[in-house]
Design a protein around this ligand. Structure first.
Ligand SMILES: *Cc1c(COP(=O)(O)O)cnc(C)c1O
Length: 392
């Protein structure tokens, strides 16, 4: 008897996916390791430091409570949402109603990936920054929307030039993504920029989704703003947040969205139908995380700042042009003459065993740059600098 056989054909939304950036980097990494290269991996924004122990201890207690072994509520435990609202009050002096203006997420990537499904009709335009987090354009495509790229250029401080977006485009725009402190450029945004965003959103009826994953990784004591701090923000948008980067919790999968209650409700509708919320033990540990002693966070920032200073001084000392980050843990570095993003990444990988990320992997306007992540120790950072210096 013939075995039954189906012809497996991917849906166009899968066929149309760009190659996943980190898949090709993974391949380079494997090849380098196979050659026996002692690799210094500065390519991925995943903190190398462990989750602080008080959070792990809270998780150990929470995981043994039987009431947490059942389905959680889709919008998150009220106690978690209250902890988020208290944190926003303390950190940004922003008042949020934990019942209607806060939603738990299985990491902020989950919320970012799902939000267009709630609001974007096929053919609607979504404004997407580029270079940028690859999930924005993919989530738009999955919802049938059309991304309009907002290039982030050095001349404009890596902020989108909102005035250059054609009025026709704005009239067809349903939603926009912005992200400051920015991945991959590390740029931060001013109050004036957010005010301009709110004006345009209000005028053209655009839902603003601000991704604030790096708001707590800042240097020299200069705290980044929350979009929610700006007058009128709550009438036009929401802010995505994550515990991943702030508390070294990328593996735990917990984040949240806050802001406009109707937008939060729309995202919640999608989630009710697709997932069943965040494991309650993780939410309980996340409450403890949100109340972390400032001293612990200051130490984490200090570690990144030392690495930033080392790498910035090292790279600029070799004559490379680098944006000195005020926040985030990335160094957005111009490639020297004679290279493009990909060839420079390949050059320092092959010759120096240092892996970085090609800027064009975050979108065409990232061509001409590479990104270093500050997620390796100071000693290895020094080693990376020495090795790159030798080959330039
Ligand atoms: C890391 C990152 C996130 C997602 O983090 P989660 O782990 O899903 O919470 C979101 N946006 C940007 C820009 C990031 O770099």
């Amino acid at each position: 008897m013939l075995k039954p056989q189906v012809f497996v054909e991917m849906a166009s939304r899968v066929k149309n996916l760009p190659p996943y950036l980190f898949a090709s980097i993974d391949k380079m990494k494997q090849e380098a390791k196979a050659k026996g290269i002692d690799l210094i991996d500065m390519s991925i924004g995943d903190p190398d430091m462990p989750t602080p122990s008080h959070i792990i201890d809270a998780m150990k207690v929470a995981v043994s409570k039987p009431e947490h072994h059942r389905y959680p509520s889709y919008e998150g435990m009220l106690s978690f949402r209250e902890a988020v609202s208290d944190w926003y009050k303390r950190r940004f002096n922003v008042i949020l109603d934990p019942r209607t203006e806060v939603l738990s997420l299985i990491g902020s990537k989950e919320g970012i990936g799902h939000i267009p499904l709630a609001f974007v009709e096929p053919g609607d335009t979504v404004l997407v920054p580029s270079p940028g987090y690859p999930v924005y354009p993919v989530s738009v495509m999955f919802a049938g929307g059309e991304s309009h790229i907002m290039p982030l250029n050095e001349e404009n401080g890596f902020l989108p030039d909102l005035k250059s977006i054609p009025q026709r485009t704005l009239m067809n725009t349903k939603l926009m993504f912005i992200n400051y402190p920015n991945n991959p450029t590390s740029a931060t945004a001013s109050r004036a920029f957010y005010e301009e965003v709110i004006n345009i959103a209000d005028k053209y009826n655009i839902i603003v989704c601000h991704d604030a994953a790096y708001s707590e990784i800042y240097f020299d004591g200069e705290k980044p703003l929350s979009f929610m701090e700006i007058d009128g923000a709550k009438s036009v948008g929401i802010e995505f947040h994550s515990l991943s980067k702030t508390y070294n919790m990328t593996g735990w999968r917990i984040g949240f969205a806050v802001g406009n209650s109707q937008i939060i409700a729309g995202l919640g509708k999608i989630k009710t139908n697709l997932d069943s919320g965040v494991f309650q033990a993780i939410q309980e540990a996340a409450i403890v995380a949100l109340n972390t002693d400032e001293k612990i966070l200051a130490d984490i920032r200090k570690t990144y700042q030392e690495r930033r200073d080392l790498l910035y001084d090292g790279l600029t000392g070799m004559g490379l042009e680098v944006l000195k980050p005020k926040a985030s843990f990335y160094l957005w570095t111009k490639v020297p003459k004679g290279f493009d993003s990909s060839s420079f990444v390949a050059h320092i990988l092959d010759k120096a065993g240092v892996l970085s990320t090609p800027g064009n992997g975050f979108g065409a306007p990232g061509e001409g740059y590479i990104r270093f992540a500050l997620t390796v120790s100071a000693a290895r950072t020094k080693e990376a600098i020495e090795r790159i210096k030798k080959i330039l």
